[in-house]
Design a protein around this ligand. Structure first.
Ligand SMILES: *[C@@H]1O[C@H](CO)[C@@H](O)[C@H](O)[C@H]1NC(C)=O
Length: 446
């Protein structure tokens, strides 16, 4: 099945009898404590300090991948959309709020912990035009604008986020994030159904950069999004495979408040042959569920696929309003497996380094919808105002470990089964479900 709920993914894992993955899956399935250890393939005994998060969600029908982040002490859980296309993490705010979609008891309540304009991090973020920090003791307001033109405005706060590290320690760093009191989203992705956004970008205001500044993790983040739904996310480099990863240099960006993961101009191939879509500026954006190309490249993709289907029994279908290019067969399709043999692979080739290809097999650009049609999951970016920005979204990042290494300034990927964790030299005890009472290494601010 191409589309499955995350809860089922855990069950599937358990039935396959694989190594222990996520304690929450196993405790939910009421399994006894499992003490098997995963061994580190490189026999590198260096104590790791990475944080790993279970990911939930899917491209279709949900349209987002999320993690549950504990915030505060005592902590409360927030489901946050994981977004490698932005830096600042924010949660919906229990303050007079416009555009909040969660009930009040699921909002974040500031507790005398508002960040002031004099704070160093306040100068690293984008200030709203309406409030420009005219005095050092004013509250530091933020504004994040997303590629789809959605905007979240709010105030910066500083609070604890309890984290379980791969070296076994549980830590309690204090980090800065946004309390969003005004969310304006329009268009197909609105309004946000999650409690907020976990910004994975490399800007100074991201939680990852702050953990790195506190000396807690490497400035590396990665995700593995399963095509079955779910997956995992990590801060730090313990889960980066020691071989097989394809790396390409990250294009460095000049702006401190807006960093995007881009790998320079790319060329599109179809079934191994070059297309006329060249010089594409692409960004890796886990906050977008579909992939977007400018209208010229988009049209080339639609034409290539359509021409290639001539003479097959697939006919155009129009029941799926959000995905414009679809086909139906003699019978409704149940999963991509029924139909993927009709479709050829695309690939993106990156000019910055020779022979670096991001393979896009049919699974990386097709969706089987609830109507049993197969649709292209690549959309026209010009229609949503992206102009010349091309976005590689979740659909094309699935079933790969995708790594953003901000220290070596490179982006990497390798095919992987995202339903299990690689490289972990300890199993994950049921720490996530324990109360955060004992054994804290409480870390002071830098
Ligand atoms: C694990 O890593 C953290 C952060 O680097 C460190 O503070 C802690 O002491 C480490 N714990 C162990 C058991 O080595």
């Amino acid at each position: 099945m191409g589309v499955k709920s995350n809860g089922i993914a855990c069950t599937v894992l358990f039935l396959l009898g694989q190594s222990p993955i996520f304690p929450l899956c196993f405790s939910a399935a009421n399994q006894p404590h499992n003490s098997r250890k995963l061994t580190h393939p490189t026999s590198d005994n260096r104590l790791g300090s990475s944080a790993v998060f279970q990911v939930q969600g899917n491209v279709y029908p949900l349209g987002h991948y999320t993690v549950s982040l504990n915030i505060g002490y005592p902590s409360k859980i927030f489901d946050l959309d994981i977004d490698s296309g932005s830096d600042l993490t924010w949660v919906q705010c229990d303050a007079p709020c416009q555009g909040c979609t969660k009930p009040r008891d699921q909002l974040y309540k500031p507790n005398n912990n508002v960040v002031q304009c004099s704070d160093q991090l306040c100068s690293r973020i984008h200030l709203p035009t309406s409030s420009q920090c005219s005095a050092p003791d004013e509250q530091c307001d933020y504004e994040v604008e997303y590629a789809d033109n959605g905007v979240s405005t709010g105030v910066l706060v500083r609070d604890f986020i309890p984290l379980q590290l791969t070296n076994g320690s549980v830590i309690l760093p204090r980090v800065v994030f946004g309390c969003g009191y005004d969310q304006k989203f329009s268009g197909p992705t609105s309004p946000p159904s999650t409690a907020g956004v976990l910004g994975l970008g490399s800007g100074k205001a991201s939680i990852l950069s702050q953990l790195h500044s506190l000396g807690l993790t490497r400035n590396v983040v990665g995700h593995c999004l399963s095509g079955q739904g779910g997956g995992y996310l990590f801060f730090g480099d313990d889960l980066v495979p020691s071989s097989g990863v394809i790396w390409t240099p990250m294009l460095s960006s000049s702006s401190d408040s807006e960093m995007r993961y881009s790998s320079g101009p790319a060329e599109l191939f179809f079934n191994g042959k070059p297309s006329n879509a060249k010089g594409l500026e692409v960004i890796f954006d886990s906050g977008s569920s579909y992939t977007y190309f400018n209208s010229k490249a988009y049209q080339a993709i639609v034409d290539l696929v359509t021409n290639d289907l001539k003479g097959t029994q697939l006919t155009r279908a129009t029941e799926d309003p959000s995905l414009p290019i679809c086909w139906k067969g003699a019978k409704p399709f149940k999963s991509l497996r029924d139909v993927k043999s009709y479709f050829k692979p695309f690939a993106l080739s990156f000019a910055k380094r020779k022979n670096v290809l991001l393979q896009l097999p049919p699974e990386a650009y097709l969706i089987v919808t609830k109507h049993g049609n197969v649709c292209i999951g690549i959309l026209n970016g010009d229609e949503v105002g992206l102009e010349d920005l091309n976005i590689i979204g979740d659909i094309s990042l699935q079933d790969k470990i995708v790594i953003y290494d901000n220290e070596k300034q490179q982006i990497g990927w390798v095919s992987s089964n995202c339903d299990r964790l690689p490289n972990v030299d300890r199993d994950f005890d049921d720490v996530f479900s324990l109360p955060y009472a004992a054994n804290f290494d409480v870390l002071a601010d830098s």
